[in-house]
Design a protein around this ligand. Sequence first.
Ligand code: SAH
Length: 399
Amino acid sequence: MKVIKLRDGKERSLRKRHPWVFEGSIASGRADAGETVRVESHTGEFLAWGAYSPASSIRVRAWSFDAAERIDASFFGRRIARAVAVRARLPIESDAMRLVHGEADGLPGLVVDRYGDTLCAQFTAAGVERWKGAIADALLEVTGLRRLYERSDASVRELEGLAPVTGWLRGAPDDAEDTEITIREHGWRLTVDVARGHKTGYYLDQRDSRKLFADSVRHFGVQRVLNCYSYTGGFSIAALAGGAAQVTSVDSSGPALERASAHVALNGFDVARHTVVDADVNATLRRFIDEGRRFDAIVLDPPKFAATAGQAERAARAYKDINRLAFGLLEPGGLLFTFSCSGGVSADLFHKIVAGAGLDAGIDGQIHARTGAAPDHPMTVTFPEGEYLKGLVIVKQIA
Ligand code: SAH
């Protein structure tokens, strides 16, 4: 067993059960990509078992803080069984959910989503890459499912020195090109293409916010909805289900909008109630202001503007801009569902940015709810980096 010895004082973060060891904390030792190492303090005390990643600045990701634990195929079986058991107790109104959420489930670098009878996994660190076969077997064994698609094409793999890999890992259907699955979320039917969709196919983390949106649209009697960064129209279907008369979905991805339109028909809604705009959101918001358009509810669910805290300032300007424009397009008493999935922007900072946007627009509002990722995307108390998605539900003040 190879030993990684830390510098004096650098054992603190592992002692707090934070799972990462940065390159600069290591005094001695090296190993192959993904190899299991024993991490010790400078005095030789056991701290953790972990996976070594020679190319990454996160040089070791901890598997376990228990000296007696063996990192073998059955270890992965146990971790996966635990992750799946947690989800079985959650009130998830869907046959699509995240089963494994990386560090928060004790499996750094592994994401596994379930879409109906199909699993879709993303391996983004050297450790899980090395154990891929055992992980794939354990996933099928624990869930009783047969199909597993791999979507290891996230750009973060580059930081680990890993090339992109996609395709069926287990149980390819007769037609391997058949990668579309129909899921049921809150009673709505949605299609997901695990090969071509974003991430593993769909944004499962917003499931609870889509439900809250549908309920709010109904409760407030919302008629005109603007869904910005709509992707395949999850919030648009929520709006139609909630009784909105007219929904506009804006996204810069043509294929995502095509799927959004298909979802309207698939759920039996009159297609005349839905309009798509294939364009940049910021430019579209400005155009709508020029045209004097008004909406009763607006969703702003942009992509990650800041991956790290270092990019937060530039991201803050981008968030402020779209929120200011959205405030202007809302009718008094209208609803704003505004989100940030930037790990580098804290919930506190996001609140300040949105407050600044309201101030610039000369508009006040009341915060009716704060939202986060659905609970199948958990955070652990020991890994604050796990918080990424936050949202505010704001009601624009009535004049
Ligand atoms: N709300 C969605 C998820 C949104 S993901 C859901 O519930 O499923 C972010 C989306 O923003 C992606 O679909 C991406 O294509 C789109 N996007 C990224 N930059 C954009 C831009 N500048 N203008 C419009 N859409 C953009």
